[in-house]
Design a protein around this ligand. Structure first.
Ligand SMILES: Cc1cc2nc3c(=O)[nH]c(=O)nc-3n(C[C@H](O)[C@H](O)[C@H](O)COP(=O)(O)O)c2cc1C
Length: 330
């Protein structure tokens, strides 16, 4: 596990890694690895868990690792240490996404404690949401959360929302027709006893009876799965998370902003669903992106009030914590 600090701090760092693994990731691929080193945690992207068809450049892989990074920073803060973060610190090691060091001790603020409490309560929610409006104050808090992580979150007005839904549906059709898409989906949704990654049947959600929302159909390759059919909300609250650049650094930033936004939503009692098909088809992503102003769409979010969603499994710590003996870098 590397040269580590004294045991109390070592416990804090290990707990931080455990919290970080609760982060969302594309298809619950959990593409991260950690190493404890002195007062620091090194966070690596694991390219063997990249989705080749959906994510050939690793953009969503870095967003997922960015979400884990935000959770790690938050967990250290919650445990009373100021986190010192270096992003992509070594150009010779492109998979070393960040080093987070436990800095000076400080009491966590109530705001930090509220976000920490949301870590285990945040789940992707694929159920219908209530037909009620998200209050403007809460929307403002979500926008502010993304801004604190140097990202731009905008709420779609009625016209843009309809356009995004149409674009998402067309992206979904194109993806389903893409070679390898179904095989990749099968790989990440096939139920197996003891499986600790992927999307289990309990998290797939019902059929959208009117096919009004472009939620990814994780049941597509599970014909034996019996699912209720339900009507989804006709006017969902849709938000676009974007960054002012489109490099690995921006993807990590997008992931951190995504997780701060999702945890803020959870702490406000809001349910969330990331929707990423429209940003997985380059021609459609271009339509959501304003390169003239240097703003790249990274993730679409659906926000609202939903019934409780189930937790998905996570790989155990001994699978994600590198030891000195497994010293080879991913
Ligand atoms: C980059 C990224 C893209 C995602 N895209 C989608 C998506 O298109 N549709 C969806 O239902 N969930 C999406 N998710 C949510 C993941 O499927 C979810 O985080 C994962 O299954 C773990 O479940 P949890 O969020 O409930 O912990 C995405 C998550 C991330 C980080």
């Amino acid at each position: 596990m590397g040269r580590t600090a004294s045991s109390p701090l070592r416990g804090v760092l290990t707990d931080g890694v455990r919290s970080a693994t609760a982060a969302p990731s594309l298809h619950n691929s959990q593409p991260w690895l950690f190493r404890l080193w002195d007062r620091s945690i090194q966070l690596y992207a694991d390219p063997s868990r990249r989705l080749d068809v959906l994510d050939p450049y690793g953009r969503e892989l870095f967003i997922s690792v960015g979400a884990a990074l935000f959770t790690l920073r938050l967990a250290l803060h919650g445990a009373g240490y100021v986190p010192r973060t270096e992003i992509l610190p070594d150009p010779a090691e492109p998979n070393l996404v960040a080093t987070v060091t436990a800095g000076e001790q400080t009491a966590p603020t109530p705001a930090v404690e509220a976000l920490v409490a949301a870590i285990p309560r945040r789940h992707t929610n694929r159920w219908p949401f209530a037909r009620s409006v998200v209050p403007a104050d809460d929307v403002e808090k979500l926008v502010g959360a993304a801004r604190r992580e140097q990202a731009v979150l905008s709420v779609a007005g009625a016209v843009t929302r309809n356009a995004i839904i149409n674009l998402s549906q067309s992206a979904d059709r194109r993806l389903r027709a893409k070679g390898g898409y179904r095989a990749e989906l099968t790989r990440w949704t096939a139920p197996a006893t003891g499986r600790r990654d992927g999307i289990p049947p309990s998290a797939i959600g019902p059929w959208d009876a009117l096919e009004s929302l472009p939620l990814r159909d994780f049941g597509l390759m599970q014909p034996r799965l019996s699912r209720p059919s339900e009507e989804f909300e006709p006017y969902p609250t849709i938000m676009v998370l974007a960054t002012r650049g489109d490099t690995p650094n921006d993807w990590v930033r997008a992931g951190q902003a995504l997780q701060r936004t999702l945890l803020t939503a959870t702490s406000l009692g809001l349910a969330t669903t990331p929707i990423s098909q429209p940003v997985e088809v380059p021609a459609i992503r271009d339509l959501l992106t304003d390169t003239g102003h240097g703003v790249w769409a990274q993730v679409i979010l659906r926000v609202g009030y939903g019934r409780p969603a189930a937790a998905t499994p996570r790989r155990p710590l001994d699978e994600v914590l590198l030891t000195d003996r497994s010293a080879e870098r991913p």
